[in-house]
Design a protein around this ligand. Structure first.
Ligand code: AQP
Length: 339
């Protein structure tokens, strides 16, 4: 299967499963906005159907979906240049997901670390949807023949599964239909870690609010969370190598680098040797400077939910115009009468 036959197209999604975090911003939203001017058609989805793989309060889910859309726009995504919509308004995703449920193998799904992490010790009680999640994610991507998927490091395994599904479908049916999608994992903060535990990723659903910075946090809260972030007692090392065995220090330096659009080496040239009592306030100031305008733009946009709904409906219509013929052709390849 040659990727060259497919026109470049970007797809990525975010779950409306809580407040957007600094991890979502640096690992996803900021990079989406930066890529906007590259001329490649880009489709961004609020994946509400993924969110309900774990329990979501219905009223909160609707609000989180609108807030996520506001977060995309406040981060710099222009809904005229990119397609922004929520997944449940485009039924082709779930239709395609069923086909992929029949392509993916149980053994592949059982290897997914995100399922193991989220299901925890009580896997028997996890939803079937949580287990099937990666097949729906493959459908999200491949229903648009997307060639590039910008994501954080945590999603790499799911993109590899998407590639396996595309390759198996193409082989099974003797076609060259689905592209073999490439993950795009770039930048200094592709894996932002929890502020309380440098071995865990920063996550919307972490029970501790102190573990993350939310895009809606005010300046005082951001400063407090950074001040209280877990670190070791040593000052910052003199060079990048010295960060190796120090996950919490490395995390804060990565965040500083990503927020200031510099490399980790450049940050270390300036900050190397500083104690945390000096570095943390500088990081807090930078985080407030970069996040406060996003947060206030999000609250402004949230004052007009009808306008957000209109943007999502318009995006869904444009998304369907791409998805419908690809699903139809998939059905035809599989042998569905009437397709
Ligand atoms: N900590 C992170 N560092 C870098 N990138 C991250 N992303 C998420 N957390 C980090 C990236 O954000 C995009 C959307 O992720 P998602 O919300 O769809 O799913 P997730 O990875 O499961 O994110 P959360 O915050 O951990 O949500 P919950 O807690 O609901 O599961 C993806 O590109 C992801 O890589």
């Amino acid at each position: 299967m040659s990727e060259a036959v497919h026109t470049p197209r970007v797809f990525s999604g975010i779950q409306p499963s809580g407040n957007l975090t600094l991890g979502n911003y640096l690992g996803a939203l900021k990079r989406f906005a930066e890529a906007q001017e590259n001329g490649i058609e880009s489709i961004y989805c609020m994946v509400d159907l993924h969110a309900i793989t774990v329990w979501q309060d219905p009223a909160k889910l609707a609000n989180a979906t609108r807030e996520l859309c506001a977060g995309f726009i406040a981060s710099g995504l222009d809904p005229k240049k990119s397609i922004l919509f929520n997944q449940s308004q485009v039924p082709e995703h779930t239709q395609m997901a069923w086909i992929f449920n029949c392509v993916a193998r149980m053994g592949w799904m059982q290897r997914m670390t995100q399922f193991k992490d989220k299901a925890g010790k009580n896997a028997q009680n996890a939803s079937l949807g949580l287990f099937a999640y990666p097949a729906l994610m493959a459908a999200d991507i491949l229903t648009y023949h997307a060639t590039h998927v910008p994501v954080g490091e945590d999603q790499k395994q799911h993109i590899e599964l998407t590639r396996d599904i595309a390759i198996k479908f193409n082989n099974d049916y003797g076609v060259e239909f689905f592209p073999v999608t490439a993950p795009v994992i770039e930048g200094a903060a592709t894996r932002v870690m929890s502020l309380r535990d440098g071995s865990k990723k920063m996550s919307k659903s972490d029970p501790s609010d102190m573990s993350r910075i939310n895009l809606t946090d005010d300046a005082d809260t951001i400063a407090k969370k950074i001040r209280k972030a877990k670190t070791d007692p040593e000052p910052l090392p003199e060079s990048v190598d010295g960060l190796e065995e120090r996950p919490e220090a490395r995390n804060l330096v990565n965040i500083y680098a990503a927020l200031s659009d510099r490399t980790v080496a450049q940050v270390m040239d300036e900050m190397g040797g500083k104690p945390f009592s000096e570095f943390k306030p500088m990081l807090a100031d930078l985080a407030v400077e970069k996040l406060a305008p996003i947060s206030s733009e999000m609250s402004r946009l949230m004052q007009d939910p009808a306008e957000i709904d209109r943007i999502l409906a318009d995006g869904a219509q444009r998304a369907r115009a791409i998805a419908t013929p690809i699903l139809q052709e998939t059905y035809r390849i599989v042998g569905m009468v009437g397709a």
